[in-house]
Design a protein around this ligand. Structure first.
Ligand SMILES: *Cc1c(COP(=O)(O)O)cnc(C)c1O
Length: 378
């Protein structure tokens, strides 16, 4: 009877495709399903090259290697994000510089970025929270004028666009996640998107342990060898097969999620109109993907009460990121530039409601009813 926060997506074809991998003895990386997934991403987003990876975390680490991020470099990002956004750069010795978010979208405030740039700054990392695009025109303009890389954390942004452009294909690099909590899944997995050809050859080598094994497999070199530092960033083709079943049905999954999102929005709109809660904001020029549905309570205490009320009724909601600058590692490896006007305050009142492919209207209506009950809204 319990209503879970997330249920991993499953379309019905996953087993059949995985079985094919096993029967054909093609279970390692870069098999036929990986190729299909890469091609799907390239066609959908218009990026020059997409490479399936073992996670979005690893795609971000690859991006940091490709940008040649080194000790002493600085990278600008929001503090309201997942640890991997920062870890990828900290692992290379960089200092992470956080700037505040916008309270409306929970995305990095594009107007605060320029003041945080120093001669050591190498990259900007916008995070498209909830699949709603950051202000990419402004960010790309700043990056161009200061000669910085832009690495989009588009973990939540598959199938979403900013001014018609796919999230993840606007900056130099884009990172997708196919973790089981995301809209499309392969259990654990992700992808590195490259907008143009510049870094493709190096990315292919870095992903294959720093070797030219890919060229060897294509018969272009006699034997493969160590070319540059790299790691093992390519997933098994069995995971890629699971993902392909979902990419084939991407529109249907997206539409299903959008229906839930819109149903939540309409049902909870009266509470927003009475000033009881706030609902998500999607700028006119952004098409989102219903990655999540969140509401904002008045404050931390009120949110705690609502969480307890939902849990008592077998509904599992979820808060989200503890701002990285206030975490144990954040105190060592990062610095918050300017004032934390919204990051902490907004993060403490945001609550995510159950959202997944095939969530039923009955369950969704039950969640809405319990939220209304908490606010004594009739
Ligand atoms: C999920 C997520 C990640 C990490 O994705 P993995 O595939 O689990 O490594 C990174 N950044 C953001 C914003 C995410 O939501």
């Amino acid at each position: 009877m319990r209503i879970n926060f997330n249920v991993p997506p499953y379309t019905g074809h996953e087993f059949e495709y995985i079985k094919e991998c096993v029967e054909n003895q093609k279970i390692c990386g870069d098999g036929p399903y990986t190729a299909k997934d890469n091609e799907w991403i390239e066609k959908k987003t218009g990026c020059a090259k997409a490479l399936l990876t073992t996670s979005c975390t690893h795609a971000t680490e690859m991006s940091a290697i490709l940008c040649d991020i080194k000790e002493g470099d600085e990278v600008i990002m929001p503090s309201y994000t997942f640890v991997s956004t920062a870890n990828a750069f900290v692992l290379r010795g960089a200092k992470v510089v956080f700037v505040d978010i916008r309270p409306d979208t929970m995305n990095i405030d594009e107007n605060l970025i320029e003041a945080a740039i120093t001669p050591k700054t190498r990259a900007i990392v916008p995070v498209h929270y909830a699949g709603v695009g950051c202000e990419m025109d402004t960010i790309m303009d700043i990056a161009k004028r200061h000669n910085l890389f832009v690495i989009e954390d588009a973990a939540q942004g598959v199938m979403a666009t900013y001014k018609g452009k796919a999230l993840g294909a606007i900056g130099d690099f884009g990172n997708y996640s196919f973790h089981e909590t995301k809209n499309y899944s392969m259990g654990e997995g992700g992808a590195l998107l490259m907008r143009d050809e510049t870094y493709v050859d190096n990315a292919i080598i870095i992903r294959e342990k720093g070797t030219n094994r890919t060229l060897y497999k294509l018969g272009k070199v006699d034997k493969y060898s160590w070319i540059m530092p790299g790691s093992s960033f390519l997933p098994s083709d069995m995971n890629a097969a699971y993902l392909y079943a979902q990419l084939q049905m991407a529109e249907e999954i997206n539409n299903d999620r959008m229906d839930h999102w819109n149903r939540y929005y309409e049902a909870l709109r009266p509470l927003q109109e009475k000033g009881l809660i706030e609902l998500p904001y999607v700028p006119e020029h952004c098409t989102h993907n219903a990655h999540m549905f969140y509401i904002k309570c008045k404050d931390f205490e009120e949110r705690k009460g609502l969480i307890d009320h939902l849990l008592a009724n077998d509904i599992l909601p979820a808060s989200h990121y503890v701002p990285l600058h206030s975490s144990k590692a954040g105190l060592i490896y990062s610095q918050f530039h300017g004032e934390d006007k919204y990051t902490t305050k907004e993060s403490e009142r945001l609550l995510r409601l159950p959202m997944y492919y095939k969530l039923t209207n009955d369950d969704l209506d039950e969640v809405v009813m319990r939220v209304k009950e908490y606010y004594k809204f009739t």
